[in-house]
Design a protein around this ligand. Sequence first.
Ligand code: SF4
Ligand code: SF4
Ligand code: SF4
Length: 179
Amino acid sequence: MSRYIMVIDTRRCVGCMDCVVACKTENRIPEGYTRDWITETVRGEFPSLSMEIRSERCNHCEKPPCVGCCPTGASHIHDRGGVVLVTKEKCIGCKACIASCPYDARYVHPEGHVDKCTFCLHRVERGELPACVSVCPTHCMHFGDADDPHSEVSRLLASRKGHTLMPEAGTGPRIHFLT
Ligand code: SF4
Ligand code: SF4
Ligand code: SF4
């Protein structure tokens, strides 16, 4: 089994938004919508403050509330890597998943179904990296299998301090931000 995660080095991210543009192009995201975005936030306590710039998207949670609340099974956990996906043909657009997601990671596509980050599984299955990861000019984004102790993401997680978003929500987010 594999368990895909992303590890993002916030010290290297410059907020250039190349990841956002790459995602929109690769996944043909309609104008006015996005699967990923940049957040700038201040971390620490005065006087030890630092600016953190993060490339954010669906956290592909270990315990995704969006899956549990979906009445049709459209939102599901894929066998490969535990990636959380939406089968658009099964989605009735009820928005229960949108209401349940603490990360505001989903939107209603103009075609009527819900859409969100897929970890670019179509690329990963071809042996390629997710589009956003592949274009990052500072190489701050890393994608791989957390169940492989020799993977780059496992080694990074073991060697650097990091955090996830809203761990108190109990969703088990699988995007890790190195600080
Ligand atoms: Fe679901 Fe939101 Fe978690 Fe993504 S971030 S798996 S949409 S609860
Ligand atoms: Fe499931 Fe679609 Fe309803 Fe979301 S909007 S809960 S994916 S049927
Ligand atoms: Fe977009 Fe793919 Fe990156 Fe997800 S992994 S934000 S779908 S480019």
